[in-house]
Design a protein around this ligand. Structure first.
Ligand code: PLP
Length: 627
């Protein structure tokens, strides 16, 4: 537990069981509901679903929707706040139909709505059966079609709020709504001067891509007044960035946003809602700090700052408390999904060795490094051994390029070098002081565990923005992990790796894992992937989407669960089709080549048929490795 910090980043949803397996607690208010992750893996295997697999715990989604809404309700009651909470889920964070449907269903009891930021997302949310009392907030850049779709929503009785992101959208919206004779609900997004803290801080500030300046907001209100539509202006929106690491940014944004709302009210524009956007962060590294992959507050503290922040300003200004809207996506979805995969191999620089015995006429470099390897002991100056060995290895490489050393001699030098480094590493692992250069030995002598998945598909943010995602073994947590390693994926790209972990409060580049055993699969879970990762993956190396299983717990048996649905990932045919290939034509081309070999007598017909079938079955098979 100390090593992997499961309870720190797990948000109450994950813990380590006495049997050493990760357990899932989908309902934090009822700790008797416990799912053993190994049992989930066994069931996935029994169902014949190939790894890697995205495992979704739908109960966790429901729990998070309830937690956020109840948090707002509680704080609103406690603060005697006069407005209500009308949260919306921004579908861009995870647009998967099953995810959105689950959130909509869990949100019915809370008038929880949806947010869309593009035309495709708008078409999606229009077709979703949200509660009549809930909002649908429309952000992002818009064209006339977008406006018409939003107005169709109004015709269908939906509370669709078109948030104006730039001034020209206002003119288009007013024109379209007049043409169609449908009254819109209008929001304005303010360009905030407050900047968030963290990787997404450019969402705020004067150079922010979205939003209206104060002058533009005033002009918007005045224009609507001229058009006899000032009553349509109902919502003020701001969003200062996702994954806010420091609670101070939330407090500052609330003060600025509340002041704009209050001033508009005093100018005669009585808005019903203030939408505080997203930003509620996730403690990916479990440090509860302002690290980029963490945050120094929790959901309750965030909600309290939003509610009290608004109340304070409104009370001071003598204006009514508006209804509050937030657009938390990350906080709703991150925990519910995790990528499970097996380790399919181990890579070590010092894994293969060759005989290094002395031979006649061998080069002096080989002789020197052998003598060094044989002669040093604990009394020797270890720093000097390191320097000499490193220098000879470097010189040997130059000598090889200049045709002075043979390939075999270079191989011997490599073997002896790693032998020396291994011994130095062993020595320094018992010492308190390790010279700076030698600290790297920990990393260079660590293993790389080869994982059957693609970082680019399943953990895009670890590659793109160095986001830390917790990754832990799913079993054997009651055994000492003795292999220091980083993780590499199966893409042909050296960026396809995970070498950022947390141990306790420290960020490290290697993580202790367990020694691989023959004939026993070793499964790891990449956690908190439900927000953004699920949908941002790309097609690098044509691996495509993962198989998915959706897990629900039984109400009557707290230890049991069932796979409610298996969603098949990409087959090779699927990904080839996307790239404009015609897999059927490819299969017949290959068959023709095989037939040619058969007719020229180079291939026996029975074998030829087998090869044809094999090619076709690979085309329809999964894109990942079959270990
Ligand atoms: N609303 C808007 C306008 C956004 O741009 C985003 C994401 O950046 C969100 C909501 C979701 O934010 P988060 O996932 O941090 O809750």
């Amino acid at each position: 537990e100390k090593m992997y910090g499961v309870s720190q980043w797990g948000g109450g949803y994950f813990q380590i069981g006495e049997n050493g397996n990760v357990q899932v607690l989908p309902d934090p208010n009822n700790s008797s509901v416990k799912i053993d992750f190994k049992a989930v893996i066994d069931e996935i295997c029994d169902e014949g679903v190939q790894f890697p697999v995205v495992v979704r715990f739908h109960d966790i989604l429901r729990s998070q929707v309830a937690a956020l809404n109840l948090s707002f309700r509680e704080v609103i009651a406690e603060a005697e706040y006069q407005g209500e909470y009308h949260g919306v889920y921004p579908v861009k964070v995870n647009q998967m139909r099953e995810v959105v449907e689950e959130i909509v269903d869990a949100g019915q009891a809370f008038n929880y709505g949806l947010e869309a930021g593009s035309k495709a997302e708008l078409l999606t949310v229009l077709a979703m059966n949200t509660n009549e009392g809930s909002l649908t907030v429309l952000n992002g850049y818009k064209d006339e079609e977008f406006m018409r779709l939003a107005l169709l929503g109004r015709k269908l009785g939906r509370r669709m709020v078109v948030v104006v992101e730039k001034y020209s959208e206002l003119l288009l919206l007013v024109k379209t709504s007049k043409e169609l004779g449908i009254e819109p609900i209008i929001g304005v997004r303010a360009k905030m001067t407050v900047k968030g803290r963290g990787k997404w801080e450019s969402s705020g500030g004067e150079r922010a891509k979205f939003g209206l300046t104060i002058t533009e907001i005033i002009n918007t209100a005045r224009y609507l007044e001229e058009q006899g539509m000032s009553h349509c202006l109902k919502l003020l929106h701001f969003h200062i960035g996702s994954q806010l690491t420091d609670i101070r940014a939330v407090k500052e944004a609330m003060t600025e946003g509340a002041r704009i709302y209050a001033e508009l009210h005093k100018m005669g524009f009585h808005l019903d809602y203030v939408d505080v956007g997203g930003g509620l962060g996730i403690d990916y590294d479990g440090t509860k700090s302002t690290n980029e992959s963490s945050r120094n507050y929790n959901m309750q503290e965030y909600v309290a700052d939003v509610v009290y922040g608004m109340k304070e300003v409104c009370d001071m200004e003598g204006v009514p408390h508006p209804n509050l809207v937030s657009e938390s996506g990350r906080a709703i979805t991150a925990h519910h999904s995790c990528v499970v995969t097996q380790i399919v191999g181990e890579i070590r620089s010092d894994s293969s060795k060759m005989a290094t015995d002395e031979v006649d006429g061998e080069h002096i470099f080989v002789k020197n490094i052998r003598e060094l390897a044989e002669s040093f002991d604990e009394q020797t100056n270890m720093q000097e051994v390191f320097n000499d060995a490193s220098q000879w290895k470097e010189q040997a490489l130059d000598a090889f390029k200049l045709r002075v050393l043979t390939l075999e001699e270079l191989g011997k030098i490599e073997t002896l070098y790693w032998q020396i480094m291994g011994r130095l590493h062993e020595y320094y692992s018992t010492q308190e002081y390790v010279p700076e250069e030698l600290q790297e030995l920990n990393y260079s002598l660590s293993s790389q565990y080869l994982c059957n998945f693609s970082v680019f598909q399943s953990a895009a943010d670890t590659w793109a923005i160095e986001q830390l995602l917790p990754v832990v073994p799913l079993t054997r947590m009651n055994e000492e992990p003795t292999v220091n390693c980083s993780l590499v994926d199966i893409t042909c790209d050296s960026d396809g790796k995970i070498d950022q972990f947390t141990i306790g409060r420290e960020i490290t580049d290697i993580m202790p894992m367990h020694k691989l055993r023959k004939d026993e699969d070793y499964y790891i879970g990449l956690f908190l992937t439900g927000a953004y990762q699920d949908v941002m993956g790309d097609m690098h190396n044509l691996f495509g989407r993962l198989n998915e299983v959706h897990i629900f717990s039984y109400d009557d048996d707290p230890q049991d669960f069932y796979i409610e649905e298996v969603v098949k990932g990409s087959s090779v045919e699927d990904v080839l089709n996307i790239m404009q290939y015609n897999p059927r034509a490819m299969a017949s081309d290959v068959k023709r080549m095989i037939d040619k070999q058969i007719s020229s007598g180079k291939l026996n017909p029975r074998e030829g048929v087998k090869w044809t079938d094999f090619y076709e079955s690979c085309l329809s098979g999964y894109t990942y490795l079959k270990p």
